[in-house]
Design a binder for this molecule. Structure first.
Ligand code: HEM
Length: 169
């Protein structure tokens, strides 16, 4: 065998051995590390806004779906409302998100429960009737309800929501 052949042969044998050794030692290293427990002092970083502790007591003002349309942000002198499962939230302080032409304006001045549950921004999905949602999407919808409840003042409820109010949160 030539010297070159010998070197090639050594390489072929050496590479898998190096790979296996690397795997073995990195596995050992990981095992040796203490488990990382989340630090309750350090809040988890998220791009979503944090829950608020200065919310006003919930109001129970009645709104029809028709009346809700007034509060879609197109009149800057009026608040912006988003309804989820018939609960009306005042989202005015997030006009940068719900105002006209902004990312989630599709949900302003209406109850777009179905679209929220489906994670859809299509106008045809932003409707109050969420009866067609599967279990997973209903959970997503409930999570949004709880997200909004912790961040926005409740100003009322929709009186002509297609789902009976008893099935609301
Ligand atoms: C590529 C897809 C998406 C990206 C990158 C994205 C990104 C984001 C970001 C960065 C925020 C925080 C916004 C802020 O507070 O300024 C947010 C919030 C939100 N997103 Fe999305 N999003 C996406 C898709 C969707 C879809 C499909 C929906 C439909 C349900 C949705 C609904 C929302 C809602 C309701 C909020 C809460 C806004 C609030 O009130 O704070 N997003 N998203």
């Amino acid at each position: 065998m030539t010297l070159l052949g010998l070197i090639k042969y050594a390489f072929v044998l050496l590479l898998p051995a190096l790979y296996l050794a690397h795997r073995y030692y990195s596995a050992e290293r990981t095992r040796a590390l203490p488990p990382v427990a989340p630090d309750p002092e350090k809040p988890v970083k998220t791009i979503m806004q944090a829950p608020r502790d200065d919310l006003a007591p919930p109001k129970d003002d009645p709104f029809t779906l028709e009346q809700l349309r007034e509060f879609d942000g197109s009149d800057p002198s009026k608040p912006i409302y988003v309804s989820i499962k018939g609960t009306v939230f005042d989202v005015s302080h997030k006009a940068d998100v719900y105002g006209p032409g902004k990312s989630y304006s599709i949900f302003a001045g209406k109850d777009g429960s179905k679209g929220l549950g489906m994670s859809s921004l299509k106008p045809e999905d932003a409707i109050p009737d969420y009866s067609g949602l599967n279990e997973k999407d209903r959970k997503v919808l409930d999570d949004w309800h709880s997200f909004f409840s912790k961040r926005y003042n409740i100003v009322g409820r929709v009186t002509d929501h297609p789902q009976p109010l008893s099935s609301n949160l």
